[in-house]
Design a binder for this molecule. Structure first.
Ligand code: ADP
Ligand code: MG
Length: 243
Protein backbone atom coordinates (compact mmCIF):
# COMPACT_ATOMS: atom_id res chain seq x y z
CA UNK A 1 0.00 0.00 0.00
CA UNK A 2 1.23 3.49 -0.80
CA UNK A 3 2.17 5.81 2.03
CA UNK A 4 0.52 8.65 0.15
CA UNK A 5 -1.72 8.94 -2.86
CA UNK A 6 -2.75 12.27 -4.29
CA UNK A 7 -5.28 12.07 -7.12
CA UNK A 8 -6.41 14.84 -9.41
CA UNK A 9 -5.99 17.50 -6.74
CA UNK A 10 -7.00 21.04 -7.65
CA UNK A 11 -7.32 24.01 -5.32
CA UNK A 12 -8.07 27.71 -5.75
CA UNK A 13 -7.97 30.69 -3.38
CA UNK A 14 -11.11 32.41 -4.69
CA UNK A 15 -10.36 33.04 -8.35
CA UNK A 16 -6.64 32.35 -7.91
CA UNK A 17 -5.80 28.79 -8.92
CA UNK A 18 -2.98 27.38 -6.78
CA UNK A 19 -2.99 23.67 -7.76
CA UNK A 20 -4.30 22.09 -10.92
CA UNK A 21 -4.88 18.34 -11.35
CA UNK A 22 -1.93 17.17 -9.27
CA UNK A 23 -1.53 13.38 -8.97
CA UNK A 24 1.32 11.35 -7.51
CA UNK A 25 2.00 8.56 -5.04
CA UNK A 26 4.73 7.81 -2.55
CA UNK A 27 5.84 4.33 -1.51
CA UNK A 28 6.71 3.38 2.08
CA UNK A 29 10.28 4.19 3.08
CA UNK A 30 10.93 6.58 0.19
CA UNK A 31 12.41 10.06 0.36
CA UNK A 32 10.53 12.30 -2.04
CA UNK A 33 11.68 15.81 -2.86
CA UNK A 34 8.92 18.21 -3.86
CA UNK A 35 10.81 20.89 -5.74
CA UNK A 36 9.31 24.12 -6.98
CA UNK A 37 10.04 27.84 -7.18
CA UNK A 38 8.33 30.28 -4.82
CA UNK A 39 4.61 30.40 -5.50
CA UNK A 40 4.54 26.94 -7.13
CA UNK A 41 1.92 25.66 -4.68
CA UNK A 42 4.09 23.61 -2.29
CA UNK A 43 2.67 25.05 0.93
CA UNK A 44 -0.86 24.82 -0.44
CA UNK A 45 -0.28 21.12 -1.03
CA UNK A 46 1.03 20.68 2.54
CA UNK A 47 -2.01 22.59 3.87
CA UNK A 48 -4.33 20.21 2.01
CA UNK A 49 -2.40 17.12 3.16
CA UNK A 50 -2.70 18.25 6.78
CA UNK A 51 -6.33 19.28 6.33
CA UNK A 52 -5.76 22.93 7.17
CA UNK A 53 -7.92 23.55 4.12
CA UNK A 54 -10.84 21.42 3.02
CA UNK A 55 -10.41 19.62 -0.26
CA UNK A 56 -12.14 21.29 -3.17
CA UNK A 57 -11.43 18.78 -5.89
CA UNK A 58 -9.57 15.48 -5.96
CA UNK A 59 -8.62 12.94 -3.32
CA UNK A 60 -5.82 12.32 -0.83
CA UNK A 61 -5.12 8.97 0.83
CA UNK A 62 -2.59 8.48 3.61
CA UNK A 63 -1.70 4.82 4.15
CA UNK A 64 -4.88 3.92 2.29
CA UNK A 65 -7.13 6.13 4.47
CA UNK A 66 -9.09 8.83 2.68
CA UNK A 67 -8.70 12.32 4.06
CA UNK A 68 -12.34 12.94 3.18
CA UNK A 69 -14.00 9.88 4.71
CA UNK A 70 -11.40 8.65 7.26
CA UNK A 71 -9.63 11.84 8.30
CA UNK A 72 -8.64 10.71 11.79
CA UNK A 73 -6.76 7.53 10.86
CA UNK A 74 -5.24 9.40 7.91
CA UNK A 75 -3.98 12.31 10.04
CA UNK A 76 -2.69 9.98 12.75
CA UNK A 77 -0.14 8.65 10.27
CA UNK A 78 1.18 12.12 9.44
CA UNK A 79 3.91 14.16 11.08
CA UNK A 80 4.47 17.70 9.85
CA UNK A 81 7.02 20.48 10.08
CA UNK A 82 5.44 23.62 8.63
CA UNK A 83 7.31 26.32 6.73
CA UNK A 84 6.81 28.79 9.58
CA UNK A 85 7.83 27.56 13.01
CA UNK A 86 4.90 26.75 15.28
CA UNK A 87 6.88 26.34 18.50
CA UNK A 88 6.06 28.36 21.60
CA UNK A 89 9.28 30.31 22.15
CA UNK A 90 8.61 30.89 25.85
CA UNK A 91 8.07 27.24 26.69
CA UNK A 92 10.97 24.88 27.21
CA UNK A 93 11.92 22.30 24.60
CA UNK A 94 10.35 19.60 26.74
CA UNK A 95 7.12 21.55 27.38
CA UNK A 96 6.61 22.07 23.65
CA UNK A 97 6.89 18.32 23.13
CA UNK A 98 4.68 17.36 26.07
CA UNK A 99 1.91 19.63 24.93
CA UNK A 100 1.91 17.96 21.52
CA UNK A 101 2.01 14.46 23.05
CA UNK A 102 -1.07 15.34 25.10
CA UNK A 103 -2.86 16.59 21.98
CA UNK A 104 -2.21 13.22 20.40
CA UNK A 105 -3.72 11.45 23.39
CA UNK A 106 -0.51 9.87 24.68
CA UNK A 107 -0.64 8.84 28.33
CA UNK A 108 1.80 10.44 30.77
CA UNK A 109 3.96 7.31 30.70
CA UNK A 110 3.94 7.01 26.91
CA UNK A 111 4.68 10.70 26.66
CA UNK A 112 7.73 10.35 28.99
CA UNK A 113 9.09 7.51 26.89
CA UNK A 114 8.50 9.13 23.52
CA UNK A 115 9.82 12.56 24.57
CA UNK A 116 13.00 10.99 25.96
CA UNK A 117 13.52 8.89 22.83
CA UNK A 118 13.02 11.71 20.33
CA UNK A 119 15.11 14.21 22.29
CA UNK A 120 17.92 11.67 22.40
CA UNK A 121 17.62 11.03 18.67
CA UNK A 122 17.86 14.75 17.92
CA UNK A 123 20.77 15.09 20.42
CA UNK A 124 18.70 17.59 22.36
CA UNK A 125 18.57 15.80 25.70
CA UNK A 126 20.85 18.32 27.39
CA UNK A 127 18.83 21.26 26.08
CA UNK A 128 15.46 19.94 27.20
CA UNK A 129 14.87 22.48 29.95
CA UNK A 130 15.94 25.50 27.93
CA UNK A 131 13.37 27.85 26.47
CA UNK A 132 13.10 27.49 22.71
CA UNK A 133 13.94 31.20 22.44
CA UNK A 134 17.50 30.40 23.55
CA UNK A 135 18.10 27.94 20.70
CA UNK A 136 19.54 28.69 17.26
CA UNK A 137 17.56 28.04 14.06
CA UNK A 138 18.97 24.57 13.43
CA UNK A 139 18.17 23.40 16.95
CA UNK A 140 14.67 24.87 16.78
CA UNK A 141 14.05 22.86 13.62
CA UNK A 142 15.24 19.74 15.42
CA UNK A 143 12.74 20.39 18.19
CA UNK A 144 10.02 20.60 15.54
CA UNK A 145 11.18 17.33 14.02
CA UNK A 146 11.23 15.62 17.42
CA UNK A 147 7.71 16.90 18.00
CA UNK A 148 6.50 15.73 14.59
CA UNK A 149 7.80 12.22 15.32
CA UNK A 150 6.34 11.80 18.84
CA UNK A 151 3.28 9.88 17.71
CA UNK A 152 5.38 7.69 15.36
CA UNK A 153 3.95 8.77 12.00
CA UNK A 154 4.51 6.71 8.86
CA UNK A 155 4.82 9.80 6.70
CA UNK A 156 6.75 12.95 7.58
CA UNK A 157 6.00 16.20 5.71
CA UNK A 158 8.55 19.01 5.82
CA UNK A 159 7.81 22.35 4.17
CA UNK A 160 11.06 24.18 3.36
CA UNK A 161 12.43 23.00 6.69
CA UNK A 162 15.94 24.19 5.93
CA UNK A 163 15.15 27.79 4.96
CA UNK A 164 17.00 30.32 7.10
CA UNK A 165 19.75 27.91 8.13
CA UNK A 166 23.39 28.36 7.14
CA UNK A 167 24.57 26.01 4.35
CA UNK A 168 26.25 23.50 6.68
CA UNK A 169 23.21 23.20 8.99
CA UNK A 170 20.96 23.01 5.96
CA UNK A 171 22.71 20.00 4.51
CA UNK A 172 23.12 18.39 7.94
CA UNK A 173 19.36 18.62 8.45
CA UNK A 174 18.68 17.16 5.01
CA UNK A 175 21.05 14.26 5.74
CA UNK A 176 19.53 13.74 9.17
CA UNK A 177 16.05 13.32 7.68
CA UNK A 178 17.40 10.89 5.09
CA UNK A 179 18.87 8.77 7.89
CA UNK A 180 15.56 8.78 9.73
CA UNK A 181 13.79 7.73 6.57
CA UNK A 182 16.16 4.79 6.14
CA UNK A 183 16.28 3.70 9.79
CA UNK A 184 12.55 3.88 10.44
CA UNK A 185 11.31 2.98 6.95
CA UNK A 186 9.35 6.17 7.17
CA UNK A 187 8.25 8.03 4.05
CA UNK A 188 9.31 11.63 3.72
CA UNK A 189 7.96 14.45 1.59
CA UNK A 190 10.68 17.11 1.64
CA UNK A 191 9.58 20.39 0.12
CA UNK A 192 12.22 22.76 -1.18
CA UNK A 193 13.17 25.29 -3.85
CA UNK A 194 16.87 24.36 -3.54
CA UNK A 195 18.33 21.93 -6.06
CA UNK A 196 21.26 20.88 -3.89
CA UNK A 197 18.85 19.24 -1.43
CA UNK A 198 17.90 16.64 -4.06
CA UNK A 199 19.90 13.42 -4.51
CA UNK A 200 19.92 11.20 -7.63
CA UNK A 201 18.02 8.30 -6.04
CA UNK A 202 15.22 10.48 -4.60
CA UNK A 203 11.70 10.42 -5.91
CA UNK A 204 11.44 13.86 -7.43
CA UNK A 205 8.26 15.86 -7.96
CA UNK A 206 8.60 19.18 -9.76
CA UNK A 207 5.80 21.64 -9.17
CA UNK A 208 5.49 24.78 -11.26
CA UNK A 209 2.61 27.24 -11.20
CA UNK A 210 0.33 24.70 -9.56
CA UNK A 211 1.04 21.83 -11.91
CA UNK A 212 3.20 18.78 -11.46
CA UNK A 213 5.38 19.23 -14.53
CA UNK A 214 7.56 16.14 -13.96
CA UNK A 215 7.91 13.22 -11.56
CA UNK A 216 10.15 10.19 -11.27
CA UNK A 217 13.49 9.15 -9.86
CA UNK A 218 15.67 12.27 -9.85
CA UNK A 219 18.53 10.92 -11.99
CA UNK A 220 16.26 9.46 -14.67
CA UNK A 221 14.10 12.58 -14.68
CA UNK A 222 17.17 14.80 -15.09
CA UNK A 223 18.39 12.75 -18.05
CA UNK A 224 15.02 12.84 -19.70
CA UNK A 225 14.71 16.62 -19.45
CA UNK A 226 18.12 18.12 -20.06
CA UNK A 227 20.97 15.97 -18.73
CA UNK A 228 21.52 17.37 -15.25
CA UNK A 229 19.06 18.47 -12.62
CA UNK A 230 19.72 22.19 -13.04
CA UNK A 231 19.07 22.14 -16.80
CA UNK A 232 16.00 19.95 -16.34
CA UNK A 233 14.61 22.23 -13.62
CA UNK A 234 15.26 25.38 -15.67
CA UNK A 235 13.66 23.87 -18.73
CA UNK A 236 10.61 22.58 -16.86
CA UNK A 237 9.95 25.77 -14.90
CA UNK A 238 10.77 28.45 -17.47
CA UNK A 239 7.39 28.56 -19.16
CA UNK A 240 3.90 29.45 -17.94
CA UNK A 241 2.20 26.24 -16.85
CA UNK A 242 -1.28 27.40 -15.85
CA UNK A 243 -3.30 28.28 -18.92
P1 ADP B 1 4.93 27.86 -2.40
O1 ADP B 1 4.80 27.28 -1.04
O2 ADP B 1 5.38 26.90 -3.45
O3 ADP B 1 5.80 29.10 -2.40
P2 ADP B 1 2.14 28.60 -2.04
O4 ADP B 1 1.38 27.34 -1.93
O5 ADP B 1 2.44 29.36 -0.82
O6 ADP B 1 3.47 28.33 -2.89
O7 ADP B 1 1.35 29.57 -3.03
C1 ADP B 1 0.81 29.14 -4.28
C2 ADP B 1 0.02 30.27 -4.91
O8 ADP B 1 -1.13 30.54 -4.12
C3 ADP B 1 0.78 31.57 -5.02
O9 ADP B 1 0.37 32.22 -6.20
C4 ADP B 1 0.32 32.34 -3.79
O10 ADP B 1 0.40 33.72 -4.00
C5 ADP B 1 -1.12 31.88 -3.65
N1 ADP B 1 -1.56 31.87 -2.24
C6 ADP B 1 -0.99 31.20 -1.22
N2 ADP B 1 -1.67 31.38 -0.07
C7 ADP B 1 -2.71 32.19 -0.40
C8 ADP B 1 -3.79 32.74 0.35
N3 ADP B 1 -3.95 32.49 1.67
N4 ADP B 1 -4.67 33.53 -0.31
C9 ADP B 1 -4.54 33.78 -1.64
N5 ADP B 1 -3.55 33.28 -2.40
C10 ADP B 1 -2.64 32.51 -1.79
MG1 MG C 1 5.77 27.65 0.72
Amino acid sequence: MNALEVSDLSFAYGAREALRKVSFSLEPGRFAALLGPNGAGKSTLIALLTRLYDLQHGEIRVGGCSLRSAARPALRQLGVVFQQSTLDLDLSVEQNLRYHAALHGLSRRQSDLRVDAELARQTLTERRRERVRELNGGHRRRVEIARALLHEPRLLLLDEASVGLDPASRLALNQHIRNLCREERMSVLWTTHLLDEVQPSDDLLILHQGRLVASGQADALSQRHGGDLRSAFTRLTSTGALQ
